[in-house]
Design a protein around this ligand. Structure first.
Ligand code: HH2
Length: 316
């Protein structure tokens, strides 16, 4: 099933450019210049509000929904539900990357995610991203229909990953992380977090382009919560527009993360309201893709926010 109200157009074309930095638009909103993301078989065009990447965690231990969609049928049903709520992409993963998570062996990760990717790809037209840093998982997920590789290690976690992405033609998300999920929250340290994350993303973008991946297939992500304290996450979220200088679409994953509980002063509080506030701020900063658990609620907030005057697009 595909949402009748899709915002992006998917067309099979080869783009020539991926745009450049951002500029300020009326209403204080920032309009980014990267206007599309080239995936394996199609192009995602950006519209007046960010595209939403719905999260499908086929895991027993994810920080928010661990165990809820561990059963393959529950995972597929959840993916279809997110599409019905208006997801523009689905991000399917089989290993939690929360702080101190236990790594999952290759065979187990394959067993968890490949049947789900294959089934979802056969049921919906919404592009599927595979959330993995293992080359073999990416390879098999692409063969099963995935269009994007979302790699929290920015293609540095497995020596074969760069070639898998280059040869498959998949879109790729390169994310910043200081350390690994097992160490990243021990003592995150930056002199200037915005500059260091921007330099890192420029470096991994260039390395990926040098390996034969065209720049318009690359999305960049500052990695909220990955080796960052509250002050680091806030600096990145507040200064997000600076990353448009890198010329690639920005993908950000703030959904229900720890910084929201910290700001609320209550780690047990429901983090959906704080997630929505963060998403609206990111939309104003021109972020093109936002990775969320709650597609329907976030989408409603974005649509209302846009209709009340934030958006420049009159077709909404
Ligand atoms: N966050 C998580 C996982 N993958 N990928 C990108 N590109 N950006 C992110 O911010 C990001 C990500 C963590 O969220 P979740 O998948 O809900 O949790 P877990 O890793 O515990 O499964």
């Amino acid at each position: 099933m595909v949402s009748e109200d899709r915002r992006q157009k998917s067309v099979k074309e080869t783009p020539q450019d991926s745009g450049g930095g951002g500029h300020t638009a009326p209403c204080g909103a920032v309009r980014a210049q990267a206007r599309y993301w080239q995936l394996r078989t199609r192009r995602l065009e950006f519209g007046p509000i960010p595209l939403l990447m719905g999260i499908v965690n086929v895991t027993p231990d994810s920080f928010y929904d661990g165990g809820k969609y561990f059963d393959p049928k529950a995972a597929v049903d959840h993916a279809l539900q997110l599409v019905a709520e208006g997801a523009d992409l689905l991000d399917i993963g089989g290993e939690s990357t929360r702080p101190y998570a236990t790594p999952v062996p290759l065979a187990e990760e394959l067993r968890r995610v490949i049947p789900v990717v294959a089934e979802v790809a056969s049921e919906v037209d919404v592009p599927i991203s595979i959330d993995t840093y293992k080359a073999q998982v990416a390879r098999e997920a692409i063969a099963a229909g995935a269009e994007v590789v979302n790699d929290i290690t920015a293609l540095r976690g497995d020596p074969e990953m760069l070639a898998v992405v280059a040869e498959s033609g998949a879109g790729v998300c390169l994310m910043h992380m200081q350390g690994t999920p097992q160490t990243m929250q021990d003592a995150p340290f930056y002199e200037d977090v915005l500059r260091e994350v921007r330099d890192f993303l420029a470096c991994v973008r260039d390395r990926t382009v040098a390996a034969g991946v065209s720049a318009d297939r690359i999305a960049l992500d500052p990695g909220i919560g990955f080796g960052k304290r509250l002050e680091h996450n806030l600096a990145l979220l507040r200064g997000m527009e600076t990353f448009h200088q890198l010329g690639c679409p920005l993908l950000v994953g703030p959904s229900r993360k720890r910084f929201i509980g910290e700001l609320a002063g209550d780690m047990q509080a429901d983090r959906l309201p704080g997630t929505i506030a963060t998403v609206l701020s990111l939309a104003m900063k021109g972020v093109q893709i936002i990775r969320v658990h709650d597609v329907g609620a976030v989408r409603q907030a974005l649509r209302v926010f846009a209709a009340l005057g934030w958006s420049l697009n009159e077709d909404l």
